[in-house]
Ligand binder design. Structure first.
Ligand code: PMP
Length: 395
């Protein structure tokens, strides 16, 4: 009845939506979600900051604003990326986005024509795949190991695909694997971007949520050629609901993306930009982030303990030093969706690995979320999962 454009996914392609729906039954312990812990959202602090913004510059906050974002917030972002990521940038390098998801969308819109090659990690963040797919990307997956995307494989892919329009990476506590790329590899990454003259989108929503190990500098901090676009978000360190993210890139890129952003939403919610700026003035955000990291670290450890106790012995899993997810590989499984169904019968759920792969999925893989799971549920859920996996492997 309607003739949708080619950008609209065909019916039945929302595999994850279907999974989350199936896992929503209250008797199911679901590790399928991807949400931060709401009990740590700074509700009171945001309320106070909102009151102050209304009292001090309510009219300005409710007026239309600039597409690049509120200057005070952009300055705050610059200070933060300098301190946290060793990225030297000026005001002209930064734009505020409506969630960092919008940064992915704008970069996809600006750099990917139908049929263009986009290099992605194997596996990678599935909503980024959806974005690039909507612009007609031809994906080439670059293999990973425990240290993230492999640089020899990336160089091979860049040689084989000189037409590459974009490389997308999540170097910290990657969604879905939880893997982190060491500094040496990041340096090499920036060198390859310069050598092959290809833009890299570095997506870092989880980097601040570190509960073990040492901070690793961003790929962008090694980028002297201006090829790396760095993006992050307030979603994981404060809250996702107010949709505030940012992008740091070459001013020429920011100019073009600003034009595209104007067509998308004119600008990001002005009030929220003022409120978050005010929130930073009044609160110790680093202490708050430490509290989040401590909680997630505790939950991750409970998950690892449960895996060790209940999973069949040859199941492999990652043990992340931060972020919200870990990744499981069950050898011998050929149909992950079938495995998912068997686990649902045991009242436990996860996200099957398939939609995280741009190409052929690796069977028997799945993602577990620990950030939004009460401690007493973690062990119960893993016991169920262990029983379901054992049964599936015996069958
Ligand atoms: N990138 C990655 C890797 C993510 O996991 C997410 C959130 N799930 C986002 C980007 C988008 O986050 P937001 O739009 O809330 O900033």
């Amino acid at each position: 009845m309607f003739k949708f454009s080619k950008r609209v996914p065909a019916d039945g392609t929302d595999a994850v939506g279907a999974i989350l729906k199936a896992a929503a039954d209250p008797k199911i312990i679901s590790f399928a979600g991807g949400l931060p812990a709401p009990e740590l959202f700074p509700v009171e602090g945001m309320k106070k900051a909102t009151d102050k913004v209304y009292a001090e510059h309510g009219q300005q906050a409710l007026q239309y604003g600039a597409a690049k974002g509120v200057t005070e917030l952009r300055e705050l972002i610059l200070k933060r990326v300098k301190e946290k990521e060793n990225v030297d940038a000026k005001l002209e390098n930064v734009m505020v986005t409506t969630g960092s998801e919008q940064a992915i969308d704008l970069v996809g819109k600006a750099f990917v024509n139908p049929g263009d090659t986009v290099l992605v990690e194997e596996p990678t963040y599935l909503c980024a795949l959806d974005v690039f797919r909507s612009y007609g990307a031809n994906f080439v997956s670059v293999p990973m190991d425990e240290d993230g995307m492999k640089m020899d494989a990336l160089e091979e892919a860049l040689k084989a695909h000189p037409e590459t329009a974009l490389v997308y990476t999540v170097p910290n506590f990657q969604n879905p694997t939880g893997r982190t790329m060491p500094a040496e590899r990041r340096k090499k990454f920036a060198e390859l971007a310069a050598k092959y003259d290809v833009p890299v989108l570095e997506d870092n929503p989880y980097g601040d949520i570190r509960f073990a190990g040492e901070h690793v500098p961003s790929v962008k901090s090694f980028d002297h050629a201006g090829k790396v676009f760095y993006m992050s978000t307030f979603s994981k360190i404060l809250a996702p609901g107010f949709r505030l993210g940012w992008l740091v890139a070459d001013p020429k890129v920011i100019e073009k993306l600003t034009v595209l952003k104007q067509s998308a939403d004119l600008h990001t919610d002005n009030l929220v930009q003022y409120v978050v700026t005010e929130f930073f003035k009044e609160n110790d955000v680093d202490a708050h982030v430490k509290e989040i990291s401590d909680l997630y670290g505790k939950r991750k450890q409970l998950m690892i303990d449960g895996i060790k106790k209940y999973f069949p012995k040859d199941v492999k899993y990652t043990d992340p030093e931060g972020g919200m997810f870990l990744w499981v590989e069950v050898p011998g499984v050929t149909d992950t969706v079938e495995l998912f169904k068997q686990c649902l019968e045991h009242n436990v759920a996860f996200v099957p690995g398939d939609p995280f792969f741009a190409g052929k999925p690796q069977p028997g893989t799945f993602r577990l979320n620990y950030s939004n799971m009460q401690e007493d549920q973690i062990e119960v859920g893993l016991k169920r999962l262990g029983e379901a996996l054992s049964q599936a492997l015996e069958a």
